[in-house]
Ligand binder design. Structure first.
Ligand code: 2IT
Length: 448
């Protein structure tokens, strides 16, 4: 396999799908050497097959807004790979959603899910529907209209969606309501991230952020460091940022910034419980403005419009918002300001230039999203297990399992990513570990 050749072919076919090509390139670069030591992979054309999704559904979603006007959006579901389990992955509502974005996310999800130790394939869905400024009624009607098409494609052993950017517990509720109506069956395990009273798992809302901090603790420990007293800058203020801020504060770190599309909020005394709770209010408001935090906590939260969280002086940077939210210039600014660790919590949160800048800085610790944020989908997997066995575990049980899973993902990264000097290339480690598992399963299941 030659990465350049495969990429040239993909660029010919999908030249306009930038995010998809970026995600594929990163994985192929990491695995090239190991792959070429396995002639059986080459013979079975594993790479040529693994970069193509099993199938992509695209559908029209028509709905009526509060003014009585008819609106039309596009809905998608990308079923990327089911070699190790049913398709599994979130649904994203954001105006920039398109096939490229969902193919990149489905591709990443395939390897991430393989890392979790649980039997889940990769998938992703979404719509270009923009939740910002929408009423609760509009959100409900849109979710119902989206599910009217999607329900044919999903099932507890087929494809199990969950939340992502713009989709949280409220939207999952509307999906489950409509799904049950159409299917005339409860099928508890067909979506994850459900409410706690109707099949949801304790800790699922916190799991992505909590898992990310457990992983960060392992990265730091491996380098002989500790999170206590360290300053942390977080981008975003949604579900993932909320979980990360909660656990970072609990572990004794000082969260000195959160951000939004409108700018950054500096938190000179660190984030406190009231602010963490207020992040949930901000998310539920659908306003998408981090300035609201400064308005609510004058003096304690200081808003600067147009700036990113990466302009803040911090030890550890945690991108928790969107792909490519931290670019090469941001990375250089962070490094110049003394930042020495970046754990990517968002999917592909850092551009290739940012990763290169981090990795070429001696002693800098960088870990990629597919390892760092896998606690979210892993806990979705635990929700599926509870649903299938009609039980519900305590918070302590789920947290112990999440700890075990994050530790195991870290161990896989070390196994495949350890450099000669003892440091770890987490990008390489995560990509090789995830890839090997899916590739081996595809090999054993024949050419399909
Ligand atoms: O990117 C992700 O891993 C998620 N949005 C969570 C997916 C899931 O199925 O819980």
């Amino acid at each position: 396999m030659k990465v350049a050749e495969i990429m040239a072919n993909l660029e010919k076919k999908y030249g306009h799908e930038k995010e998809y090509l970026q995600a594929v390139h990163e994985v192929l670069e990491s695995i090239e050497e190991v792959y070429n030591q396995h002639p059986e992979f080459e013979k079975a054309k594993i790479v040529e097959r693994i970069v193509e999704p099993d199938r992509v559904f695209t559908f029209r979603v028509a709905w009526v807004d509060d003014k009585g006007e008819v609106q039309t959006n596009i809905g998608y579901r990308v079923q990327f790979n089911s070699a190790i389990g049913p398709y599994k992955g979130g649904i994203r509502f954001h105006p920039a959603v398109n096939v490229s974005m969902l193919k990149f996310l489905g591709f990443e999800q395939t390897f991430k899910n393989a890392l979790t130790t649980l039997p889940m394939g990769g998938g992703k869905g979404g719509s270009d529907f923009d939740p910002v400024g929408k009423s609760n009624g509009e959100i409900m009607r849109f979710c119902q209209a989206y599910m009217l098409e999607l329900w044919h494609c999903i099932g507890p052993d087929q494809d199990v969606p969950a939340g992502d950017v713009g989709v949280g517990a409220r939207e999952i509720g509307y999906f489950v309501g409509m799904y049950s109506k159409l299917a005339r069956q409860y099928n508890t395990g067909v979506l994850t991230g459900k409410g706690l009273n109707w099949g949801g798992s304790i800790l699922r809302p916190e799991a992505t952020g909590f898992g990310a901090l457990y992983f960060t603790e392992h990265v730091l420990a491996k380098a002989g460091k500790n999170i206590k007293g360290k300053t942390v800058a977080i981008s975003g203020f949604g579900n993932v940022a909320w979980g990360a801020a909660t656990k970072a504060a609990e572990l004794g770190a000082k969260v000195i910034a959160i951000s939004g599309p409108d700018g950054v909020c500096a938190l000179p005394n660190g984030i406190n419980k009231e602010m963490i709770d207020y992040m949930l209010v901000m998310r539920a408001s659908n306003r998408n403005k981090v300035q609201d935090m400064a308005d609510k906590f004058p003096g304690q939260a200081i808003f600067t419009p147009g700036k990113k969280a990466w302009s803040m002086k911090c030890d550890i940077a945690l991108p928790c918002a969107f792909q490519n939210e931290l670019n090469g210039d941001d990375a250089k600014e962070l490094i110049a300001n003394g930042t020495w660790c970046c754990c990517e919590v968002s999917n592909m949160g850092c551009t290739p230039e940012a990763i290169a800048a981090f990795q070429s800085t001696k002693g800098f610790l960088f870990a990629p999203g597919k390892a760092v944020n896998a606690g979210g989908v892993a806990t979705s997997g635990l929700e599926m297990t509870q649903n299938a066995s009609h039980i519900s575990w305590s918070g302590k049980e789920v947290d112990e399992k999440l700890h075990f899973i994050m530790e195991s993902i870290h161990a896989q990264c070390v196994k495949f990513g350890q450099r000669k000097d003892g440091t770890v290339d987490y990008v390489k480690g995560a990509n090789i570990a995830g890839f090997m598992k899916v590739a081996q399963a595809m090999l054993e299941q024949g050419v399909i």
